[in-house]
Design a protein. Structure first.
Length: 338
């Protein structure tokens, strides 16, 4: 029997998760919820996704807009085996009581506080931590990218210390309320940014420092990575290790892909839906070793890299697959891997 999945919130992350869930042979998307009628609500109906009103008092707005509803969010949650909360940051915490009232396990996004949930989740880093949990947080796009990178390094070489500078996009392409922007901001101005402590929700014993800069861009984040390893491999061995990972893409030297814009063009040319890049994009040429210190640059697509993680978290919470099986199935159905 298929896992009955509901998605509460059908915006940047929610619509991508809904599409990914609909591709899974062991899952059925039973509905998505929106707070208001707009082009995304119309898209959900066009895609054949049952649409529910996230706020009961706004049902009449959907009716006035001529958008058919299947019911209210409470009805959707009551029918689901698991709900993916893809609402804006902070709203997930407000929704927790709704999920508990119907005894429905819930997945939240990285904008929620870690203390809201039983476990934070990354498929490559700590899949088993979510098994049987009622409330699980899929960590943020940046934390997801760092966890995917650090997990194989930790397992293969040991990590003595990680130091990351995150160059963060100012907003998503559709977030016009965050611009126009013409500045470069330390964000935050002191050590650490929130990303290091967030990585520690996946790897509690990892020694990591993170700094952040916010820049006037919307395409992707970029990480400047320095990791002191406990052993001293050569750079080619590290490249081979990272190339073997299923959710990392080593940008080949000589490809002409020199930044986020070219990466997005690369994804569009390969017919990725919404030009999404689910993988960490690591410039192979940047991977270098100085003694035990590893250096590299990677780019993270903030709109999409957490999407396969949400799919895997569904299986983890319900205990229907182990990490290797789930990751392989998700990758195959979504087309992860360039």
């Amino acid at each position: 029997m298929s896992i009955q999945v509901a998605v509460n919130g059908y915006g940047t992350i929610g619509k991508r998760v809904a599409d990914a869930v609909s591709l899974q042979p062991d899952m059925e998307l039973i509905g998505v919820a929106k707070t208001r009628p707009n082009h995304e609500a119309e898209l959900a109906v066009e895609n054949g996704y049952p649409l529910y009103a996230a706020v009961e008092d706004r049902v009449h707005l959907f009716e006035a807009a001529g958008i058919d509803l299947a019911g209210t969010v409470e009805e959707m949650v009551s029918a689901a085996a698991v709900v993916v909360d893809a609402c804006p940051s902070g709203i997930g915490a407000e929704n927790r009581s709704l999920y508990e009232a119907h005894d429905t396990p819930a997945l939240y996004q990285g904008g929620e506080d870690a203390d809201l949930v039983d476990a934070s989740f990354n498929a490559r880093g700590n899949f088993e931590a979510a098994t049987g949990a009622d409330h699980v947080r899929v960590v943020s796009c940046n934390t997801t990218g760092l966890s995917r990178l650090l997990a194989p390094l930790q397992e293969t070489y040991g990590v003595e210390k990680a130091r990351i500078t995150l160059v963060r996009r100012g907003g998503d392409p559709a977030q016009s309320g965050r611009g126009p922007i013409n500045d470069i901001l330390p964000n935050p101005i002191g050590l650490p940014s929130h990303h290091g402590p967030d990585v520690n929700t996946i790897f509690p014993d990892l020694d990591i420092d993170t700094l952040g800069l916010k820049v006037p861009a919307t395409l992707m984040h970029t990480h400047s990575v320095n990791v002191t390893l406990e052993s001293t491999p050569d750079a080619e061995a590290v490249r081979q290790l990272l190339d073997e990972q299923t959710r990392t893409f080593l940008v080949p030297e000589g490809s002409g892909i020199d930044g986020a814009g070219a990466l997005k063009e690369f994804a569009m040319d390969r017919d990725r839906p919404r030009a999404d890049i689910w993988e960490n994009c690591i410039w192979a040429e940047s991977v270098s070793m100085e003694g035990p210190d590893l250096y590299l640059f990677q780019a993270i697509h903030q709109e999409s890299d957490v999407v396969p993680e949400n799919v895997d978290a569904i299986r983890a919470v319900l205990g229907t697959a182990d990490a290797e099986e789930s990751i392989e199935r998700t990758n195959e159905t979504m087309g992860v891997g360039f």
